[in-house]
Write a protein that binds this ligand. Structure first.
Ligand code: AHG
Ligand code: MN
Ligand code: MN
Ligand code: MN
Length: 336
C-alpha cells in the first residue's frame, strides 16, 4: 500500500485551498519535525537519561519533568529561525517567547503544550505534544508582539494538531477542513498519511474522567456520571465503559478513533480556577480538532472556541467528544 507523505498532503492542500498560506504549511512541517525529535527522546527513556523530574516549577506551580523542559526547547529551537513566526507561547514558559532580532519575523503565533501527560512519562504510557497556530493581529505589524496579541478565541485558529508518542508515533492535524492523521515510519523518519477524514461517532457508551475527583465536582456532573454508572436499568438505559489514560492526547486520540466523551470539568479543589486544563494550548487546539471531526467541545455549557481569553495561562473546564453525549452533559449542566 502506498501512503502519501505529510509534505505531499500539505502541498496538495495548498494547491486546492488557496487560503492555506505557504508559511502555515512550512510551520506544520517544522512542528512535525520537532515532534519527531521529541518522540525520539521519549523512546530512548533511561538510555537517553531523559526520565525524571527537575527541581523547577512552571508558572502553574507544576514540578517540571526533564522532558517538559527538553520538549519546550526542541520546539523553540526548531521554530525560531524559519521566518514564519512573530512569537511563541507555551505551558512551560511564564510569558511569550519573541523571535530574536537575528532572525526574520513572520505573522503567525505558535502555542504549545510541549509534553502533555507528564505524569505518564516515567511509567512508559503514551504522552504527546499539542499545538495551535494563530495569526498575529494586523495592527501588531511593525511593533513588538505582546501577550495581548495571543488572547484570541479558538475560532481564530488557523491550524492545530497533536503528536502522540505511543505504540505508534502519530501526528493528527486540522487546517480547518477536516482532520487527518499521519503515522511516523520509524525506519525512514517520514510522516505517512494513514488516517483520512477522521470522524467521531455521534453516540458513545464510553466516558473518560478522573473519578477520584468525584467529591469535588459540581452536582450536575456528579449526577451525569452516576446515571452512566447505573447501566441499562438507569435513566440513560445503557451500560457505559470507562477509560482514563491521564494524558489528554491519548484520551482524545481514542475518542477520534472510536468515539467517547472526555471530561475534565470545573471542580472545587482550586477556588477561583475554572478548571485544570489550559485554554490556549490544550482546550482550544483539541476543540478545533474535535469539532472538525464532527464532535463537540464545551466547558460543560458553552462552546470552548467562543471563549474570549483574558490570560495566556487561563484554565477552563473541558467536556468534549461524541456530539450527542456532549449535548447530553450540556443539558445536565445548563440548568445549574
Ligand atoms: P500536562 O502533563 O501537560 O500538565 O497535562 C496533564 C493534563 C492532561 O494531559 C490530563 O488529561 C490531565 O492533566 C490528567 O490529570 P489527572 O492527573 O488529574 O488525572
Ligand atoms: Mn504540566
Ligand atoms: Mn497537557
Ligand atoms: Mn504539558
Amino acid at each position: 500500500m502506498k501512503f502519501k507523505t505529510l509534505t505531499q498532503y500539505l502541498v496538495e492542500q495548498q494547491r486546492q485551498n488557496h487560503a492555506l498560506q505557504a508559511e502555515v504549511r512550512l510551520l506544520i512541517e517544522v512542528v512535525g519535525r520537532a515532534c519527531k525529535s521529541i518522540g525520539h527522546a521519549v523512546g530512548k527513556g533511561s538510555l537517553g537519561g531523559v526520565l525524571g523530574s527537575l527541581e523547577s516549577e512552571n508558572v502553574q506551580g507544576e514540578v517540571q519533568k526533564k522532558l517538559d523542559v527538553m520538549s519546550n526547547e526542541i520546539l523553540l529551537e526548531a521554530n525560531e529561525w524559519g521566518g514564519q513566526l512573530a512569537a511563541m507561547a507555551s505551558e512551560e514558559m511564564e510569558t511569550i517567547h519573541k523571535i530574536p532580532n537575528r532572525y526574520p519575523k513572520g505573522e503567525y503565533l505558535l502555542l504549545f503544550d510541549p509534553l502533555d501527560g507528564s505524569s505518564n512519562i516515567d511509567v512508559n504510557v503514551s504522552i504527546g505534544t499539542i499545538f495551535s497556530i494563530l495569526k498575529a493581529p494586523a495592527e501588531s505589524s511593525g511593533r513588538e508582539i505582546t501577550e495581548q496579541d495571543f488572547l484570541q478565541p479558538g475560532t481564530q485558529q488557523v491550524a492545530a494538531g497533536y503528536a502522540v508518542y505511543g505504540p505508534q508515533t502519530m501526528l493528527v492535524i486540522t487546517l480547518g477542513n477536516g482532520v487527518v492523521g499521519f503515522t511516523l515510519d520509524r525506519e525512514t523518519g517520514t510522516w505517512m498519511l494513514t488516517n483520512e477524514n477522521i470522524q467521531i461517532p455521534a453516540d458513545t457508551k464510553e466516558f473518560a474522567i478522573n473519578m477520584s475527583n468525584m467529591r469535588h465536582w459540581a452536582a450536575p456532573v456528579r449526577q451525569y456520571i452516576e446515571d452512566c454508572l447505573a447501566g441499562t436499568t438507569g435513566p440513560l438505559g445503557k451500560d457505559y465503559n470507562m477509560r482514563w489514560v491521564a494524558s489528554m492526547v491519548a484520551d482524545v486520540h481514542r475518542i477520534l478513533s472510536r468515539g467517547g466523551i472526555f471530561m475534565y470539568p470545573w471542580d472545587s479543589r482550586e477556588p477561583g480556577k475554572p478548571g485544570k486544563l489550559r485554554l490556549m494550548y490544550e482546550a482550544n487546539p483539541m476543540s478545533f480538532i474535535v469539532e472538525q471531526a464532527g464532535g463537540m467541545a464545551t466547558d460543560s455549557v458553552n462552546r470552548i472556541m467562543d471563549i474570549q481569553p483574558t490570560e495566556l495561562h487561563q484554565r477552563v473546564g473541558v467536556v468534549l467528544g461524541s456530539k450527542n453525549e456532549v449535548e447530553r452533559v450540556r443539558a445536565y449542566c445548563a440548568g445549574s
